[in-house]
Design a binder for this molecule. Structure first.
Ligand SMILES: [Zn+2]
Length: 301
């Protein structure tokens, strides 16, 4: 997703989708791109969980959208924003952080906290705006976790997990157990080849294993929130996505080991028909495929 002037930020450009009684999605904010008939927002999907103590957000959209998120929250609840969980370090998921009030707890995986300090360029993609240096550190994580963390208790319990490298090197899985909902962030961004941001720790080879670990560990989930897909999905969809990434990685590895070139692979690779039937789309209409192929290629012996 490219940064750009885009549309002016406003609460009116954000749409609320109720997922459960106390869990809402804030969609939109930023440009909308069409990909194979699917409308994708350039801003990551924000979730808002209303607890007795205040609002817990998952992800914070693009730089300049923090105020619009706060304004939109007022349509949902009069409770204050207390906590923000960032699924990973990309600017379309952490951008609003710098505008949130002092004292809001910011939670992320320890690798993501480190990456947010740097905001390195995305592999094959845009240079990330250096928002946290500009804010003098405001909006950076105040609390980190390594493998697992629990926030809140009872019906309001939130579980954070790290199952290894995938889209970046610090992707958090956020579970609302009582609601049977998972926010997968950009580990599951949309039904297409995943952006592999090796510059921020991604691994194509480890990606399917990371999804497999999540599928094995996370039980009793009915609803999966993705990074950018326009509707919620299910664990069956996540399983299919894991299969898709696995087949893609294997296709790249087979090409390399059989002496073909990256160019040959990129120009000849086609979406497998069974995934087209599942609504998978050609990422080449949005960004070049080659950088993702290169990441897997470089990981392959
Ligand atoms: Zn991302």
């Amino acid at each position: 997703m490219k940064p750009g002037p885009g549309q002016l930020s406003s609460a009116a450009s954000i749409q609320i989708e109720k997922v459960r009684d106390d869990l809402y999605l804030l969609r939109g904010g930023g440009r909308t791109v069409q990909l194979g008939g699917v409308s994708l927002s350039s801003a990551g999907t924000t979730a808002a969980f209303v607890t007795t103590g205040g609002v817990v957000l998952v992800d914070a959209k693009l730089p300049g959208w923090g105020k619009a998120i706060m304004d939109k929250l007022e349509e949902i609840t009069g409770k204050p924003l207390t906590t923000v969980i960032n699924t990973h370090a990309h600017f379309d998921h952490v951008g609003g952080n710098v505008e949130f009030p002092e004292g809001v707890e910011i939670v992320a995986h320890e690798n993501t906290a480190e990456l947010m300090r740097d905001m390195r360029p995305v592999t094959g993609g845009p240079v990330q705006p250096d928002i946290f240096k500009q804010s003098k550190g405001r909006g950076l994580p105040t609390r980190t976790f390594k493998d697992r963390m629990v926030l809140g208790s009872g019906e309001e319990r939130i579980e954070l997990y790290y199952f290894g490298r995938a889209h970046t090197g610090g992707d958090a899985w956020v579970v609302f157990p009582a609601l049977r909902v998972l926010h997968a962030g950009d580990i599951f961004a949309h039904k297409a080849v995943p952006p592999l941001d090796a510059n921020n720790g991604a691994s194509g080879v480890e990606y399917p294993q990371t999804i497999a670990k999540a599928l094995a560990a996370l039980r009793d989930i009915d609803t999966v929130i993705t990074g950018h897909y326009p509707t919620t999905l299910t664990m069956v969809d996540l399983k299919t996505y894991g299969d898709f990434v696995c087949e893609f990685v294997q296709a790249v590895q087979t090409a390399k080991r059989s002496g073909r070139t990256i160019e040959e692979f990129v120009s000849s690779w086609k979406l497998p028909e069974r995934f087209v039937m599942e609504g998978y789309v050609d990422i080449g209409n949005l960004r070049p495929l080659r950088p993702d192929v290169e990441v897997i290629w470089n990981e392959t012996r």
